[in-house]
Design a protein around this ligand. Structure first.
Ligand code: FEO
Ligand code: CA
Ligand code: CA
Ligand code: CA
Length: 694
């Protein structure tokens, strides 16, 4: 595997701390990396921002719960010399008997392909022997009556029946009774009007342009058809399950904060009915056949914020980039102060019921939700892991108090749609096991040879009862970041996607980067976030400290510390560094059926385009990381979904390079010169028809 390093590539010119173009920063995250860090708490939040009344009795009860939880966590972690807490991760660095890893030059099973070298090709570059097709492009008609895409004659009505813009999360669900078909569900995270509208004037968007953008946000459900014996996929237009949900579709608010005065607006005095879902980043697929969608950088759509809670969520105090507030007053916080409280949730969608109203699940808290990936406890209750993607913010989990019902009966389906409304919301606190003095911010391994330690899940609220002194339950759900501040959660380097391994139960948390770590006045390096000015990010591996993942303690260690393998601060689970691909800015993660973790990147800081990588998490090849593909100019790799026969990725924001417009494109992907750049979903499979990487 020589020749896969990056030294021959010139550095990319990116003055942006998140590693992206200025255009991407502006339209995707509202320039989050240029704003002040919203988390200015010393984890003893000043508390003056919440006018919550909490009785002395409930305060004592809450304090007692926190204490018990902390004690339980300590006890669980104090076992005799079990620093890695393999309790929930029986495989360790060994082999699973029915799935032997064959240590060979060819790589772990599922990862036996020739790695793609770092490059800046304006196309999707895949390994030798593989084939690809475009499954869906922005603007492809998917609903009955929707017209063919015509970028120069686009209308909001047309867009509402067409595939939306910029896909992040992707899910593929089996479709019973229709041979060779699956249901694809996609998040349309955000729009870039400069690349959508010829001659776009950012200072003066038209109503039609704004309404097209509303219709290009949201979610899509599209039935896709497999080609016999290959991995090729194509959309089935006008299938009865096909669906678009946009920034103006109706969503129902459920769970303990539904109906709260904090969620009521002049248009919705019930506090239970919200129009739209915005900035859906990653998500998850539930074992009961629904999909979860994280509402991430929702703050950027709201103008004229003023309260301290607005500030903690990054809502600006003046006009917005897209100027939606000119066209709908709900985007003007001065006029509708509670409207932003109705965004920043996890949405649950039943893609098999095209008439259902998707739900915003308040029990899972409100923050910049990157993703929400569930697993089941041994007694059948869902546990949902969730990251809050902001520099120095936290990661969370929700544990349902109800058990999933198996089967596809109407009663089971109805019951399962209530699982995410009752349970406990927790935030993570991590403690390293090496002396703090060993972390100087360079990323040097501590003397015990590993970045590792223990953690506790601190409960924030259960079924409408707060565990946070000084905050009511409604406040905990609506201002969850402040609850995390109060209980002393650990400030992380941008927690993005989170994925439990279906084989070992270990949970993987992608921490994309944090170029503010260690700057003056900002938190410095610690064992879980060991590099100052962290450009490349890391992946944390977490093992719950219980047979049943509803307990309160966990063990953790860093699985990867990303970057160029020649950089001494990188770490690949102890695997020889000269044998791995360079990687930067891990973001979305997914597992294949072999137990390999697949990682897509956002903001490569090594001079290459973004990519998709696979890495073994078990066996002798644990830590062997290989690049499977790269994406075109300006793009971020999203999705991904890894099936036996195919890899599915979303190519998000291709051509989004500073100064690019429809008339001055920076990319000609996917349709070649003279054609508008279109964010699209791509399938990759093996030419010989065999499974991926075997
Ligand atoms: Fe939408 Fe955190 O990336
Ligand atoms: Ca250590
Ligand atoms: Ca992301
Ligand atoms: Ca994922």
């Amino acid at each position: 595997m020589e020749g896969i390093h990056v030294r021959n590539l010139l550095p990319l010119i990116s003055s942006h701390p998140g590693g992206r173009s200025g255009l991407t920063c502006r339209y995707r995250c509202g320039d989050a990396c240029f704003q002040e860090i919203p988390n200015t708490s010393d984890n003893e939040y000043a508390g003056d921002v919440i006018a919550g009344a909490l009785s002395r009795r409930s305060m004592m009860r809450a304090a007692a719960v926190v204490t018990v939880a902390a004690a339980a966590g300590t006890a669980a972690l104090a076992g005799p010399a079990a620093p890695q807490a393999e309790a929930a991760a029986p495989a360790g660095p060994g082999r699973t008997p029915n799935h032997p890893d064959k240590p060979s030059g060819a790589g772990a099973r599922g990862l036996r392909f020739a790695p793609v070298a770092p490059n800046r090709n304006d196309k999707v570059t895949i390994p030798e022997g593989y084939e690809q097709n475009i499954v869906l492009r922005w603007g492809e008609p998917i609903l009955r009556g929707a017209p063919a895409f015509d970028p120069d004659r686009q209308t909001a009505k047309a867009q509402a029946g067409q595939f939306g813009y910029n896909v992040d999360f992707l899910s593929l669900l089996p479709l019973r009774g229709e041979r060779g078909r699956q249901v694809l569900v996609a998040n349309h995270e955000y729009t870039d009007e400069n690349l959508m509208f010829r001659g776009y004037d950012p200072a003066n968007p038209t109503r039609e342009q704004v309404e097209i953008a509303w219709a290009a946000h949201g979610l899509s459900v599209v039935v896709v058809q497999e080609e016999h014996r290959t991995g090729r996929l194509g959309a089935v237009g006008r299938h009865p399950l096909n669906r678009r949900l946009t920034a103006t579709s109706e969503f129902q608010v459920t769970g303990p904060a539904a109906g709260s005065p904090l969620l009521r607006t002049s248009a919705d005095p019930s506090g239970r009915k919200v129009l739209g879902t915005l900035n859906n980043c990653a998500g998850g697929t539930t074992p009961w056949g629904t999909t979860l969608h994280g509402e991430e950088n929702f703050n950027q759509y709201f103008a004229n914020g003023s309260s301290a809670t607005d500030k903690r969520y990054g809502i600006g105090s003046s006009t917005t980039e897209r100027k939606w507030e000119r066209f709908d007053k709900r985007f003007d916080v001065a006029q509708e102060p509670n409207e932003p409280h109705r965004h920043g949730w996890v949405v649950e969608l039943d893609p098999f019921d095209p008439d259902s109203t998707p739900r915003k699940r308040t029990a899972l808290g409100r923050f910049k939700h990157e993703a929400a990936q569930p697993r089941l406890t041994s007694d059948g209750r869902p546990v949902v892991y969730m990251g809050d993607d902001e520099r120095f913010d936290y990661f969370y989990k929700f544990v349902s108090s109800k058990r999933m019902k198996k089967g596809n009966s109407r009663a089971a389906r109805e019951h399962n749609l209530t699982l995410l409304d009752e349970g406990t919301l927790y935030v993570a606190k991590l403690t390293g096991d090496s002396p703090a003095a060993e972390f100087d911010g360079t990323g040097k391994l501590p003397s015990d040879g590993e970045f590792d330690g223990s953690g506790v899940w601190i409960p924030l609220a259960t079924d409408g009862v707060s565990h946070v002194p000084g905050m009511t339950a409604e406040e905990v759900y609506v201002f969850t970041r402040l609850a995390g501040d109060k209980v002393g959660a650990t400030k992380m380097d941008r927690p993005e996607d989170v994925e439990p391994s279906p084989r070992t139960g270990r949970v993987y948390v992608a921490l994309t980067n944090n170029t503010d770590r260690g700057k003056a006045g900002k938190p410095g390096a610690d064992e879980a976030n060991p590099r100052n000015l962290n450009k490349h990010g890391q992946i944390l591996e977490l093992a719950e400290h219980w047979d049943d993942p509803a307990g309160d303690g966990f063990a953790w260690r860093l699985f990867l510390v990303a970057g160029d393998p020649n950089d001494p601060s990188t770490y690949f689970a102890g695997f020889p560094k000269e044998k791995v691909s360079p990687i930067s800015c891990p973001d979305n993660v997914a597992f294949d059926d072999h137990g390999n973790l697949w990682i897509s990147t956002d903001g490569n800081q090594l001079g290459s385009h973004d990519g998709l990588f696979g890495v073994a998490t078990q066996g002798e090849l644990r830590g062997e990381l290989k690049q499977f593909l790269t994406v075109p100019t300006g793009a971020e790799t999203c999705g991904p979904v890894i099936q036996d026969r195919r890899v599915l990725v979303a190519v998000q924001h291709p051509g989004e390079v500073d100064g690019a417009t429809v008339d001055k494109p920076a990319s000609s992907w996917p349709d070649g010169p003279g054609k508008i750049v279109r964010p699209s979903v791509v399938a990759v499979w093996r030419k010989d028809g065999r499974d991926i990487g075997v």
